[in-house]
Write a protein that binds this ligand. Sequence first.
Ligand SMILES: Nc1ncnc2c1ncn2[C@@H]1O[C@H](COP(=O)(O)OP(=O)(O)OP(=O)(O)O)[C@@H](O)[C@H]1O
Ligand SMILES: [Mg+2]
Length: 317
Amino acid sequence: MTAIETHDLTKYYGDLCAIDHLTLSVDNEIFALLGPNGSGKTTTVLMLTTLLRPTEGTATVHGYDCATEGEKVRKHLSYVPQDMAVDIRLTGRENVIFFAKLYGVPDPRRQAEEALEIMELADRADDLVKTYSGGMRRRLELAQALVHNPAVLFLDEPTLGLDVAARKKIWEHIQELRGRGMTIFVTTHYMDEADKYCDRVAIISRGSIRAIGEPKALKAQLMKDVITAIISGEYSPVELSGIRYLGRKENEVTFTAENGREALPLIAESLSALGMKVHSLSLHEPTLDDVFLNVVGSSDEPRSFNDKQFRVMLRRR
Ligand SMILES: Nc1ncnc2c1ncn2[C@@H]1O[C@H](COP(=O)(O)OP(=O)(O)OP(=O)(O)O)[C@@H](O)[C@H]1O
Ligand SMILES: [Mg+2]
């Protein structure tokens, strides 16, 4: 049975199309829905967890229809929302036992204990949650989510607002859960974390999937090197033979090329020739941020120059 399947899943809020015909199949993996603020990540999770009715299309979790078989769906999933879902006036243990009872698990105390152990919270379980750090609170939410041993776990922005060490720890726990056979559907706008820790990612923008696959495969769609130029002045996009323009974020212009070292001076010269001031140039291997820029791109259409035109342009300076 596939953990999560959607077919043409669509959500309108009034006239706003938040999710536009999303078709997905997720199973036995850590799958990340990646996208900027407002791209539709939470809306998707809410539909998959039966908390929001789709306008059109279907979604199933563990084989059950999210719209018509809500109770069965909810038996097989857990959901940790984007905002905190713990009661800070209770102890860690009380929070988890409360959830265990909500889920009707056979032995709430024992299962709560096990979940606290997995999340490395056993030694602080009797402290009030208001004394926990942000990272500990997130782990407590994960412990709550684990207590009924769900097949599918939904985590909306699990590392938002945490420091680097706490993020790493959360991801290590997520990977451990994946090792226990759970399917994990996570949303994030941290591309670097998705790259490092997820089996597959889908990049969404304005409610549509723009790219989907293993991070490595998505990065391989770009050329070997990525070059970023920080510029000022009136920007006009440019593309040279062998150097592909990826897009622009404010004053940062990005290109990809097979040989970045050779491309650097050509890019610098062409941007200067077109009247831009180049403040710095840097070279790196492709990241998911670059993939995002490539697939979502900017609306600028680059002016293309072949080698001959490029030489003419430089001579005219
Ligand atoms: N209840 C609602 N009513 C109307 N519009 C909504 C509602 N919830 C979300 N939206 C809109 O739908 C779009 C998608 O929102 P959503 O919260 O799913 O995005 P997101 O990717 O989770 O963003 P973030 O990264 O900020 O959490 C946005 O334009 C948002 O303003
Ligand atoms: Mg969200």
